[in-house]
Write a protein that binds this ligand. Structure first.
Ligand code: NAP
Length: 241
């Protein structure tokens, strides 16, 4: 049997890199998408290729439809795409809504919502004949709202949860599952203030921020055959938040 082939957007750093590592350890071939940091993406791809699995890094800004088409096209040259992890995300507008400008907020919505929708559209197209599994990386912010930090980002992630539910029903008969993982506060470069995750520790029931590896297992499970009856669900991995 062929190895599963999974595309991970934003797989060069943070949660996406941890997911890529876990998927390779669990027997996947992986295509790592990234926006700008080619050396970080190539370093992950080179490290993971040593396992003997096929791992490739492809520059693909998920806000650029043609780049998304090309990302799936590059993956299709390796084999049949069975999994897609829509992980690419960022929050550039930070602080109170009234203090942020609409241009930056719009750019955040573009990557955190339109980019995910775009990738879902082409993931479904790639999976139409053979079926597959899509995992969207949401956030605990979707239900907490993130006041004072980035309410627009939280709103985008809530929309990703709704997209997950609706699309899962739309494509279930095509043997395509669509689920999401909602991390809490995870120590990555996502936080421009690198001290923020530790500062938030007292507000997290488990008492500490998470690390990327603690998200990767849930993603791998949702992509696996063990999760074959799971679709339209959002798994919260947030230390109790
Ligand atoms: P990160 O360490 O900043 O990594 C972000 C990754 O996404 C990088 O590989 C980056 O590539 C890529 N990326 C950003 N914008 C992109 C775009 N437009 N097109 C393609 N790739 C893009 O962030 P992270 O913490 O791992 O976040 C991963 C996901 O988890 C995001 O969806 C985020 O919203 C979500 N999340 C994070 C946390 C947290 O506390 N860290 C909590 C909940 C949810 P380049 O390096 O090439 O730019």
């Amino acid at each position: 049997m062929n190895a599963p082939l999974t595309v991970v957007t934003g797989g060069s750093r943070g949660i996406g890199a941890a997911v890529s590592r876990r998927l390779v350890a669990d027997g996947h071939d992986v295509v790592i998408g990234y926006r700008s940091d080619a050396s970080a993406a190539q370093a992950v791809a080179t490290e993971l290729s040593r396992s003997g699995r096929t791992v490739m890094a492809v520059r693909a800004d998920t806000t650029d439809e043609q780049a998304v088409i090309d990302l799936f096209g590059a993956a299709a040259e390796i084999g049949i795409i069975s999994g897609v992890v829509n992980n690419a995300g960022s929050a550039r507008a930070v602080g109170r809504l009234a203090d942020n400008d609409i241009e930056t907020i719009r750019a955040d919505l573009d990557v955190n919502l339109i980019g995910v929708i775009t990738c879902c559209k082409y993931a479904v197209a790639a999976m139409t004949e053979s079926g597959g599994s899509i995992v969207n990386i949401s956030s605990a912010a979707a239900t907490l709202g993130s006041p004072g930090m980035y309410v627009h980002y939280a709103a985008a992630k809530a929309a990703v949860d709704t997209l997950t539910v609706g699309l899962s029903k739309e494509v279930a008969a095509q043997n395509i599952r669509v689920n999401a993982v909602a991390p809490g506060i995870i120590e990555t470069d996502f936080h421009r203030d690198r001290q923020r995750p530790q500062r938030m520790a007292s507000s997290i029931p488990i008492g500490r921020p998470g690390v990327p590896d603690e998200i990767a297992g849930a993603v791998s499970w949702l992509l696996s055959d063990d999760a074959r009856y799971a679709t339209g669900t959002v798994i919260r991995v947030a230390g109790g938040m």
